[in-house]
Ligand binder design. Structure first.
Ligand code: SF4
Length: 241
């Protein structure tokens, strides 16, 4: 069994708890205007087989155990290679390795239901709560993400809800309050991660011969992001980082 993998970060600390192998899969169904991994969006080649990948992951097991980490599949959108992810997660869990799925949520629920039973944590990137705005921002509806979140809630699968804060799109107080009300409907959400829009992915657009659509939008203020985090914490009781 082979997968199309863009790259692997062996000591990731940002995508789930502890030290993690973060495996970035090729291919994504969305076209986010702010994409920070534009070079992962197209599937190019099947370059990893499952046995090789597992052998590589197992070398890091002591670090996972010492730090409470594990593996995170990211991308791109890893659920586009669901069969491989499912098998990878099964094998990791059998070895006692924690599994996290970093997803945009644009996945058929039937496909998600195959992966989720082998998933310890979901990092769900909610692009925009307003569906019309979500379509403008990503090219696709948010309905599948919400359906996935409802399923995760029923199954009591821990979720970190992620929101990128972008000037003119998701940065108003009204929007943040809407996000607070939305997140409070789901007891599976253990925490909300607010991520200020940054420019570090712009070179990747240039590398694929495209101009970054948001090149004129400035990076979002880290201090303002902290203010929003504190609002979500105080007014909505949410754990926010
Ligand atoms: S979901 Fe992620 S990889 Fe896909 S287009 Fe959006 S930001 Fe880029």
């Amino acid at each position: 069994m082979r997968a199309c993998i863009h790259s692997i970060e062996t000591f990731g600390t940002l995508d789930g708890p502890g030290i993690r192998n973060v495996i970035f899969f090729q291919g994504c169904p969305l076209r986010c205007l702010y994409c920070h991994n534009a070079d992962t969006r197209t599937i190019k080649e099947a370059n990893y087989n499952i046995n090789e990948l597992m052998n590589s992951i197992l070398r890091y097991k002591p670090y996972f155990e010492a730090s409470g980490g594990g593996i995170t599949v990211s991308g791109g959108e890893p659920t586009m290679q669901a069969e491989f992810v499912c098998e990878l997660f099964k094998r990791c869990q059998k070895e006692g390795i924690n599994t996290a799925l970093d997803t945009c949520g644009y996945v058929d629920i039937g496909v998600a239901k195959k992966i989720i039973p082998h998933t310890n944590l979901v990092l769900l990137d909610i692009k925009h709560i307003d569906d019309d705005m979500c379509i403008k921002l990503t090219g696709k509806t948010n309905k599948k993400s919400i359906e996935l979140l409802e399923y995760l809630n029923e199954e009591k699968v821990p979720v970190y809800l992620r929101q990128v804060i972008i000037e003119g799109w998701t940065d108003s107080i009204d929007y943040i309050k809407r996000l607070g009300n939305f997140a409070n409907r789901y007891s599976c959400i253990e925490k909300v991660e607010l991520m200020p829009y940054h420019k570090m992915g712009e070179d990747k657009w240039n590398n694929i011969g495209m101009s970054p659509p948001f090149k004129d939008i400035p990076p979002f203020s880290k201090n303002k992001t902290k203010e929003y985090a504190s609002l979500l914490n105080k007014d909505f009781g949410l754990k926010v980082v």
